[in-house]
Design a protein around this ligand. Structure first.
Ligand code: ZN
Length: 486
């Protein structure tokens, strides 16, 4: 046993090899584990950006990459790895191109990419045509002389050019497919100013009423001094026979809607009856019977406006309006006696009754005017037949009245307002037709009829426009006596 105890175990060559191998195996295993844990990979460092834009047509030189091997534990190797590059960039064709970089480490391949955008970055070029000797006027506006647009990629873009007017400048723009906008500005260096529209004659005109009115008109010159008068329009109208205020607007407008205008104010003044009447001229005596009444004041206002003097053969039928007799007298109209009662049966019953009535109206006139009148008119006129119930009375009365120094008046123009019509226009036409037929007219109207008073202003306007003068009756005026019928 002892022997056995003392027996030492001595390594043999065989066991040594085994030990060495074992150590080697462990070392290899450790290396494998180390490599595994270190896990090397390729890291790319890109020169410039991963996305690059290159203008169309320019030379493209790829900036390249640097590739290095990197371990997690051992870090980055200082040695640069070889890199293969694939992919091309054609800068004559806009688009996106991909460049691929490849490298490997530890038998494993790695790659990265770069995107290259080949883009059109050049704006189209607009060229403006200038026609030699071309002039433009305010009226016609600018007439396009022409232009072209050329793009390096898209070619002819003339059809896409947008033209915008900015007053006296025109802006041309065009955008190519890549969104590049080219522009050009044209200044209209001539004759684009607003024309001057000038009234001929005064800005405000005052003319007497007449049958014609000829406005002096207006002229217009554009910035080049070209006469545009023939293109002037005129709004408004002057009615020369109707007194009033009128406005004439002269205007000129071009195709762009720019407008210049000038306004003239024209006043048509009512004609005035002359203060002095030519006895050889055309004369109208307006006479009004049976008033005063509710329309007499209005009538006096009309007559006053035209400086026309008329004659009133008054009654006492409307005492409330008796003061119109005083007004008419003070304003230069003639006052004649007509009748206090205008009652045919009473006044033509006998001479005494007639003169009693005549005296009554004379007192009324005297009370209003301070005078008795030498003028009178028989109710119904001297030719009346309403008095035939008393045979011959008109023959006697007309003679008696003249013996007393009174002048009696009939008429040679009847307005028809005593029964013929109640239409104001008809009254007007009756008077106008009657007066037009003779040099001297004595017109019979009734101022207690409003439609008859309504016709007076037009009658006066017609008369003055046609050269008539209006006069009040006096003792020397023609009596226009009718043939006595009773
Ligand atoms: Zn009468």
């Amino acid at each position: 046993m002892r022997t056995e105890r003392n027996r030492k175990s001595i390594p043999t060559d065989h066991s040594l090899l085994t030990a060495v191998l074992s150590v080697l195996a462990v070392a290899l295993l450790a290396l494998a584990v180390l490599l595994r844990v270190d896990s090397r990979f390729v890291r790319f460092y890109m020169y410039d950006n991963a996305e690059i834009s290159v203008p169309y047509g320019e030379l493209y030189v790829d900036p390249g990459v640097r590739a290095v091997s990197v371990g997690r534990l051992t870090g980055e190797s200082p040695l640069e790895l070889p890199v293969s590059v694939s992919g091309t960039v054609n800068t004559t064709v806009p688009g996106d191109y991909t460049i691929t970089y490849r490298s490997s480490t530890m038998f494993r391949a790695y790659e990265t990419e770069r995107v290259v955008h080949v883009t059109d970055q050049t704006a189209p070029v607009i060229r403006l045509v200038q026609r030699e000797g071309y002039r433009c006027s305010w009226l016609d506006g600018y007439e396009e002389e022409g232009y072209t647009a050329e793009d390096n990629v898209d070619g002819d873009l003339s059809a896409l050019v947008q033209v915008e007017n900015r007053g006296e400048e025109w802006l041309y723009t065009v955008t190519d497919a890549a969104g590049n906008t080219g522009s050009a500005l044209r200044r209209i260096p001539y004759a684009f100013g607003r024309p001057e529209l000038r009234l001929l004659g005064e800005e405000t005109l005052s003319v007497p009423a007449s049958y014609t009115y000829e406005d002096p008109g207006a002229t217009a010159l554009d910035g080049e001094g070209r006469d545009l008068s023939q293109y002037i329009h005129c709004d408004g109208e002057v009615i020369p026979t109707v007194p009033g205020e009128y406005e004439l607007c002269y205007w000129l407008e071009n195709a762009r809607g720019d407008r210049v205008e000038a306004i003239r104010h024209v006043t048509v003044e009512p004609l005035k009856n002359p203060d002095v009447i030519d006895p050889e001229g055309k004369i109208i005596y307006l006479s009004f019977d049976d008033g005063p009444g509710p329309y007499t004041d209005r009538l006096l206002d009309i007559l006053e406006r035209y400086n026309v003097k008329a004659s009133f053969f008054v009654t006492g039928l409307e005492p409330d309006y008796a003061d119109c007799i005083g007004r008419a007298f003070r304003e230069g109209h003639s006052i004649g006696a007509h009748s206090a009662s205008h009652d045919y049966k009473a006044i033509y019953a006998n001479e005494e009754a007639f003169f009693e009535d005549l005296n009554a109206v004379q007192e009324l006139i005297h009370a209003q005017t301070g005078e008795y009148t030498a003028l009178c008119r028989f109710p119904g006129g001297s030719s009346n037949t309403v008095s035939r119930f008393n045979r011959g009375i008109m023959s006697r009365l007309t003679q008696r009245v003249e013996e007393m120094g009174l002048c009696y008046f009939d008429w040679n123009v009847s307005s028809g307002d005593a029964g013929g019509t109640t239409d104001s226009d008809q009254v007007y036409w009756n008077i106008v037709e009657g007066c037009a037929a003779q040099r001297v007219s004595l017109v019979l109207q009734h101022d207690n009829k409003d439609f008859s008073v309504d016709a007076v202003e037009k009658v006066i306007q017609w008369g003055l426009l046609n050269g008539y003068a209006f006069a009040p009756l006096d003792s020397d005026s023609p009596g226009m006596h009718h043939r006595i019928a009773n």
